[in-house]
Design a binder for this molecule. Structure first.
Ligand code: NAI
Ligand code: MG
Length: 354
């Protein structure tokens, strides 16, 4: 039976890298005998400029009919970022209870990290970001606009259920990997929600005695990402902290252009969504030079979720070979190849596994 996938290329380079990644995933289907049935949804900023909405009113209903969502990037100059984010991405993540945002960070052979001492193989960890609540909240408001008394309040929300489930997921993942879990906190400065986070972390940790845990204030943890990334295995963080850490992680691994992510509903009651960490990159959009690897690797995470681990591993090893054994790469990685040339090289490496 075919997997029904909703594809939302979105804006900017999202429209360039998404079809390239689809070529790779379709080829995987031929090699490993499964079928992907894509439905294309051309939603995003252009749609907004024409209709006043980022997606149709029944957009979520339409997406709901699919097994997974494959997304490029949304947001473009001309539409304020909070409109594009809250009009498309955040409703999908929340309505579909995609409360895990999984963001692997890995330095590949053949890529130079800006960190002088990091080498491939040593830098290999996963960020588990809470994706539904926390600091990204609609609760709050502004008063006395445009006066000297003007004020803004933004409320964070941390629920026991939301906090516990993301922490538990991270412990389970650490158990499957190398058994080391770091928690991002800031309980010295943020004195209500962060001690709550820490308490729940300690409670859940009792169920995983074999996992070695560390608890770091977010500022110190950011420094650790740069000074000793080798010590990291799984990192669990709230919505905002996880967002920031994953851009830092992508940077130390060489380029945001290769970083993938999965927005997971682990119970599979709703479709999960797979998208690169990067945005629509208006500065390079339309030039055919966007790095497609973040989108392709996100596609590999989707294949894993759909129950095709051998295809997922095949895609990652094809990426590994292109980066490790050739000089084919886009300008963000210091190369001169185009988006399509990099995709072709990945397809070539994949074909050798057929
Ligand atoms: P960005 O990730 O689009 O770009 C940051 C820098 O990285 C730029 O210099 C860009 O050229 C480069 N870059 C990003 N992806 C690349 C790739 N695949 N290959 C080569 N270089 C790449 O972040 P920025 O500029 O802050 O945001 C641009 C727009 O994208 C905004 O409207 C923002 O709201 C949106 N955005 C959307 C996200 C999403 O859909 N999940 C995530 C981040 C930003
Ligand atoms: Mg981000």
């Amino acid at each position: 039976m075919a997997h029904r996938i909703a594809v939302v290329p979105g804006d900017g380079i999202g429209r360039e890298v998404t079809p390239e990644a689809q070529r790779v995933l379709d080829r995987c289907g031929e090699i490993w005998s499964f079928e992907l049935e894509w439905s294309l949804f051309e939603w995003g900023c252009e749609y907004y400029l024409n209709t006043g909405r980022m997606m149709p009113e029944d957009g979520l209903e339409q997406l709901r009919q699919h097994e997974a969502i494959f997304l490029g990037a949304v947001g473009y100059p001309g539409v304020p970022d909070h409109v594009s984010l809250w009009g498309l991405l955040i409703p999908i993540r929340r309505t579909f209870q995609q409360y895990i945002n999984l963001r692997p960070v890995r330095l590949f052979d053949g890529i130079e990290s800006p960190l002088r001492k990091a080498s491939a193989g040593e830098l290999d960890f996963v960020i588990v970001r809470e994706n539904n609540e926390g600091e990204y909240s609609e609760i709050g408001g502004r008063l006395y606009r445009q006066t000297e008394h003007e004020l803004a309040v933004q409320q964070s929300t941390f629920t026991r259920r939301g906090t516990e489930r993301v922490i538990r997921y991270a412990f389970e993942l650490a158990q499957e990997r190398n058994g080391v879990l770091a928690s991002a906190t800031k309980s010295n400065g943020i004195i209500h929600t962060m001690p709550f986070w820490d308490e729940i972390f300690a409670q859940v940790s009792a169920d995983f005695p074999e996992v070695e845990t560390g608890q770091y204030h977010i500022d110190a943890l950011s420094a650790l990402f740069v000074l000793k990334p080798q010590s990291l295995d799984v990192v669990v963080a709230s919505n905002l902290f996880g967002d920031i850490l994953s851009d830092l992680g992508a940077a130390v691994a060489g380029s945001i252009g290769i970083a993938p992510s999965a927005n997971l509903n682990p119970e599979r009651e709703y479709p999960s969504m797979f998208e690169p960490v990067h945005g629509s990159a208006p500065d390079i959009a339309g030039r055919g030079i966007a790095n497609p690897i973040g989108q392709i690797w996100s596609g590999a995470m989707m294949l894993e979720h759909l129950g095709h681990p051998e295809a997922a591993a095949g895609v990652v090893s094809a990426i590994e070979r292109v980066l490790g054994e050739t000089s084919i790469r886009t300008p963000d990685l210091g190369g001169a190849s185009s988006t399509a040339e990099v995709t072709d090289a990945v397809l070539g490496a994949l074909n050798e596994q057929a």
